[in-house]
Design a protein around this ligand. Structure first.
Ligand code: THU
Ligand code: ZN
Length: 176
């Protein structure tokens, strides 16, 4: 298929939007652990995620998801969910975006936007969070589309505070 890289298109959005409209999540004593922020701003990475979900193959759930992943050099790869009659074979939008980027030689990501067809602020599921952690640090910015130009941003560290990494396996091997 056609490569969906969108070179250089998203450099303008490397800064988190400044206009804070609302702060959501647990009370302030917990915000160092979990600190999503909601902004009103349109972000070209969110637009790329919205474009990608148009191609979602979702005959079973009818729930479209699109993801747009920005690599360390600013290249953007997108993905959509691809369902299967054997439900658990379903590919998630974020997995497809990661696979596209890695297959094209990229192994470092700094930002991802995720959108669903109903703009409900969907976040990457637990499995996708771990998949992202393989190629990103805790400060990966995860931008979730709340619709009407609003987004909620998280860091990957917020969403997956205790990921499994290569060092998990290395340390286990040292124990043998
Ligand atoms: N889905 C994704 O594509 N990404 C996620 O991380 C959440 C779930 C898809 C899988 C399935 O096709 C649909 O959303 C409903 O779960
Ligand atoms: Zn997922």
């Amino acid at each position: 298929g056609e490569c969906r890289a969108v070179s250089g298109e998203c450099r303008a959005v490397s800064v988190v939007p400044q206009q804070t409209v609302d702060r959501i999540g647990p009370s302030s004593d917990l915000t160092t652990y979990f600190s999503p922020r909601r902004y009103t701003s349109m972000d070209s990475l969110v637009e790329a995620a919205r474009d990608a979900l148009v191609d979602a193959y979702v005959p079973y759930s009818e729930y479209r998801v699109g993801a747009a992943l920005r690599t360390a050099d600013g290249t953007v790869y997108t993905g959509c969910n691809v369902e299967n009659a054997n439900y658990s074979n379903t590919l998630h939008a974020e997995e497809v975006a990661v696979a596209q980027a890695v297959a094209d030689g990229h192994r470092g990501f700094d930002r991802i936007a995720v959108s669903s067809g109903v703009r409900d602020g969907v976040t990457p599921c637990g499995m996708c969070r771990q998949t992202l952690a393989e190629f990103a640090t805790d400060d990966l910015v995860v931008v979730c589309d709340d619709g009407d130009g609003a987004v909620t941003t998280y860091t990957l560290g917020d969403l997956l505070p205790a990921s499994i990494s290569e060092s998990t396996l290395t340390e286990a091997a040292d124990d043998r």
